[in-house]
Design a protein around this ligand. Structure first.
Ligand SMILES: *Cc1c(COP(=O)(O)O)cnc(C)c1O
Length: 381
């Protein structure tokens, strides 16, 4: 077998994106403008949700979601302990307190049965993360929280995902998606907020644009150029550029193809790895559409021939990049120091950080790449 170089992820970009990105450069309208507006409309339509509001990242999108709900000092927001760190960071940006809940070892998502214990009179929201492309069990979460507590979807990994008969982005009060190159579709950096709530959408559109009551584009197109916008809110500059909007539109056109390819290779991996007794492939929930942002396996350290890290090193030696699933956020130094968390506080999140391994699965891999990964893994010892 030859030594290859299979990265953990690669964005699938083509001539379409190369052409599309040129239009804003030619017209000179570079900041949020007509391409972003088109991308928003198409994104909302795909996910069957009323409003889609483009932002500079999923992180800034989650921040605006919390601000639009009025979350601030003294409030608590429930977040899963196993997630990308910004799910919790955004709560701190608002001066509120993240309250961690451990995850389910099979789905890697928040464990709804552990939420009730963490509810207090200050709980204002739950951030339900659809980790690696599998939706959180939003109905089970809803059942265990009071009706005034809002659910925000961290749908960073879940472009195109479905939960029961609904798309991610329309399962709760507000959602935020990511277009980072490691996600399902990309605009470089970038994100999208979705909501069915007209008032929240109106506030979020202002918040992303310095708090301005009207956008630059509206002003530019309007009949009275001397009218300055009013600033009624403390806003941010969290806008997406029109170059990104143009790329996003082309990526969205390819989304169904991306998901189809990812789904069939995920099924193939799971089937091929069935007889590796020390490795558990990711969970498939028949009522959900997993979009396979990442194929995250669990290594049983009591059965594996060598440690998880040694397996990862051996694969790297064969030119195959792997990664741990994601982080146990309470165990990151900033959180440990600020809140005094201990190693044993969130045992499942800690176990997932230590024993998960993401295999390469993306839209730039060949059939023989996948076969090479499986053969390498089976011949690890
Ligand atoms: C990638 C990711 C984010 C952050 O997305 P950005 O667009 O890079 O800000 C947030 N949450 C989860 C679960 C993610 O995977």
């Amino acid at each position: 077998m030859s030594i290859r170089n299979i990265p953990i992820s690669l964005p699938a970009l083509g001539e379409e994106e190369l052409l599309a990105v040129q239009e804003p450069l030619r017209t000179g309208w570079l900041t949020q403008g007509p391409k972003v507006a088109e991308f928003e409309t198409a994104f909302a339509c795909y996910h069957n949700v009323k409003h889609a509001i483009a932002v500079s990242s999923c992180t800034t999108g989650l921040h605006l979601a919390l601000v639009s709900l009025g979350i601030g000092p003294g409030d608590e927001v429930i977040v899963p302990a196993f997630t990308w760190i910004s799910t919790a960071n955004v709560v701190l940006y608002c001066g509120a307190t993240p309250v961690f809940v451990d995850v389910d070892r099979r789905s890697f998502n928040i464990d709804p049965t552990k939420i009730a214990d963490k509810l207090t009179g200050r709980t204002k929201a739950v951030i339900a993360v659809h980790l690696f492309g599998l939706c959180s069990d939003v109905d089970a979460i809803r059942e265990v929280i009071p009706s005034h507590v809002k659910i925000i979807e961290d749908a960073a990994c879940a472009v195109g995902s479905r939960y029961k008969d609904k798309y991610a982005g329309g399962l709760a009060e507000i959602a935020a998606f990511s277009f980072h190159p490691r996600k399902i579709i990309t605009t470089g950096e970038g994100g999208m907020i979705t909501t069915n709530n007209d008032e929240l959408a109106d506030v979020i559109r202002q918040l992303r644009n310095h708090g301005a009551a009207i956008s630059e584009e509206e002003r530019h197109n309007g009949p009275k150029p001397y009218i300055l916008p009013d600033f009624n809110l403390l806003g941010f500059n969290y806008r997406m550029t029109d170059m990104q909007g143009a790329v996003g539109l082309e990526q969205l056109n390819k989304l169904n193809g991306f998901i189809k390819e990812r789904t069939s290779w995920a099924a193939w991996y799971s089937e091929q790895l069935e007889d590796v007794e020390w490795l558990t492939p990711p969970q498939v929930v028949t009522t959900s559409r997993h979009v396979w942002q990442a194929f995250v396996t669990y290594i049983d350290s009591t059965k594996a021939p060598v440690s998880r890290n040694e397996i990862m090193e051996a694969l790297q030696f064969r030119g195959i990049s792997t990664r741990p699933g994601t982080h146990s956020v309470p165990l990151q130094n900033y959180y440990k120091c600020k809140f005094g968390y201990k190693e044993e506080d969130y045992p499942i999140a800690r176990d997932c950080e230590a024993n998960t391994m993401t295999l390469p699965l993306h839209n730039c891999m060949t059939d023989s790449d996948y076969m090479y990964v499986v053969n390498s893994l089976k011949n690890i010892v």
